[in-house]
Ligand binder design. Structure first.
Ligand SMILES: Nc1ncnc2c1ncn2[C@@H]1O[C@H](COP(=O)(O)OP(=O)(O)OP(=O)(O)O)[C@@H](O)[C@H]1O
Ligand SMILES: [Mg+2]
Length: 279
C-alpha cells in the first residue's frame, strides 16, 4: 500500500499535502526555538497546535508565512518552498489567511472596507464585486448588520469575525489562526468558534493555535503538542486529551483543562472533564 494511503484520515490523505514541514530549525541568535519540526497537513484537515507559552507556536506560523528566516529544514506549501525574502513569497502569502489574537484590522476603515481592500488592490477585483462578496462573507460570519461599523465600534468577537471575513475574501488555501479567541471576552468566544467550526465543516484547511480544548476535540482532525522545540505528540485530539502517551502532554493538558488542580500539584490525568468533552 502506498505510504500516503496508510493515514487514518480518509480520502483527503490520498491528495498531496498542502503543507509539508521537513526538519524545520528556527533560531533567534544563540537560542534554538524550534529544534526539529516535521509534519504534513492534508487538504481539508484541521490541525490544532498546542503547547506551553514560548514553545514556538507563533514563530512556526510566521515561518510558514515566510515572515522569518529559517536555519534548517524546509517548508513546502502547495508544492513550493517557502523562503523569507524569496521572490515567490508574496504569491504564497496571498494563499494563506492569517488570523491573529488582536485582529489587526485597519482602525480607520469600516468593516466592509477592511474586507474589500486586498481583493481590490491585490487581486484587482472591481469594487462592486468585492463589496458583493464581502456582504456574502458578512452573512457567513453573521455580521451583515455591522458592515459599515468601524473596528472601534465593535466588540472583540465582532472584530475577529471581520478579520476572518477579510482572510476569506482572498480565498486562501490555508487558514492559520494564532490564538484567535485569547483576547476576547468570554461571551464572544463562542461566536468566533462557531464560525471556525463552520469553516472546518466546509472543508477548509486550517492550522489553529488555541487553548480551546473543547473546540480542538470537537473540530480538530489532529492535535500536535509542541514542547522544548519538538513535536512531542501528534494524533487525534481525543487521544491527546484523554489518553496522552507522553508525560509532558499529560501535564500540559491538565494545566490547561484544570489550572487550579495543576497549580496545587493535584492534577488527575485520567479524563477530560465532561464540560470539556461536550460543547
Ligand atoms: N523576534 C524574536 N527575537 C528573539 N526571540 C524571539 C523573537 N520572536 C520570538 N522569540 C522567542 O522565541 C520563543 C518562542 O516564541 P513564540 O512567540 O513563538 O512562542 P509561543 O509558543 O507562540 O508562545 P505563546 O503561547 O506565549 O504565544 C520565545 O522564547 C520568544 O521569546
Ligand atoms: Mg504565540
Amino acid at each position: 500500500m502506498p505510504n500516503n494511503l496508510k493515514s487514518p484520515n480518509d480520502a483527503a490523505a490520498q491528495d498531496e499535502p498542502i503543507l509539508k514541514v521537513e526538519g524545520l530549525v528556527k533560531r533567534f541568535g544563540d537560542t534554538t526555538v524550534i529544534k526539529e519540526l516535521s509534519f504534513e497537513v492534508q487538504p481539508g484537515q484541521v490541525v490544532v497546535l498546542v503547547g506551553p507559552s514560548g514553545t514556538g507556536k507563533s514563530t512556526f506560523l510566521r515561518c510558514v508565512n515566510g515572515l522569518e528566516d529559517i536555519q534548517g529544514g524546509k517548508i513546502i506549501f502547495e508544492g513550493e518552498e517557502v523562503k523569507a525574502r524569496h521572490s515567490n513569497i508574496t504569491a504564497i502569502r496571498r494563499r494563506i489567511g492569517m488570523i491573529f489574537q488582536n485582529f489587526n484590522l485597519y482602525p480607520h476603515l469600516t468593516a466592509v472596507e477592511n474586507v474589500t481592500l486586498a481583493p481590490v488592490k491585490v487581486l484587482k477585483e472591481s469594487p462592486e464585486s468585492a463589496k458583493e462578496r464581502a456582504m456574502e462573507l458578512f452573512r457567513k460570519v453573521r455580521l451583515e448588520h455591522r458592515a459599515t461599523a468601524y473596528p472601534g465600534e465593535m466588540s472583540g468577537g465582532e472584530q475577529q469575525r471581520v478579520a476572518i471575513a477579510r482572510a476569506l475574501a482572498m480565498n486562501p488555501a490555508l487558514m492559520m489562526f494564532d490564538e484567535p479567541t485569547s483576547a476576547l471576552d468570554p461571551e464572544t468566544v463562542g461566536d468566533v468558534l462557531a464560525v471556525m467550526e463552520e469553516l472546518a465543516a466546509e472543508g477548509r484547511t486550517m492550522l489553529v493555535v488555541t487553548h480551546e480544548m473543547a473546540f480542538a476535540d470537537h473540530v480538530g482532525d489532529r492535535m500536535l503538542f509542541m514542547d522544548g522545540g519538538y513535536v512531542v505528540e501528534d494524533g487525534p485530539p481525543s487521544e491527546l486529551l484523554n489518553n496522552p502517551k507522553n508525560d509532558r502532554t499529560r501535564q500540559f493538558v491538565n494545566s490547561v483543562l484544570k489550572p487550579e488542580a495543576a497549580m496545587k500539584g493535584t492534577a488527575d490525568s485520567s479524563e477530560v472533564p465532561p464540560n470539556i468533552a461536550a460543547r
